[in-house]
Design a protein around this ligand. Sequence first.
Ligand code: PNS
Length: 163
Amino acid sequence: MKRIAIYPGSFDPVTNGHVDIVRRGTALFDEIIVAILHNPSKTALFTLDERLDMLKETMKDIPGVSFDTFGGLLVDYACERGAQAILRGMRAVSDFEYEFQLALMNRKLNREIQTVFLMTGLRWIFTSSSIIKEAAQFGGDVSELVPPMVNRKIIEKYRRNRK
Ligand code: PNS
């Protein structure tokens, strides 16, 4: 049986921490589907298409990875795609409560789907898409925290938004 995992998220935008989790996840799964939640009620910096393009570009050298968007319940989407697991990165104690809630709710909704956590690499432990956007918005250098293409897009986006 092919071991398939969904790696879900907002990816607004993708960070080096995300790329690291997917890279390491490929040692555990035959296929990882990186899936962006389409949530019309949440305003994102990047459009769904922009986020998808950035994911594809930054992970194009990782074998066994595909990309998609989804709406509705994650466990339903996982079933639809024939996945047995949800892959999530865990940074620190601050992530634990939310991740624990999410994993338990998903388990309540569908006991067949397992949540697998990988600890975020130490280099990326203090980063998140939100904190990166916050720093970049005020001109902070985030080039070591995101793939080069994403860094360019962030700079472009905030420059355009300022005009
Ligand atoms: O990158 P994020 O924002 O931490 O990712 C959160 C995500 C997409 C994993 C979560 O919001 C999600 O799975 N949403 C879909 C709806 C759902 O199934 N929620 C969990 C059970 S209520």
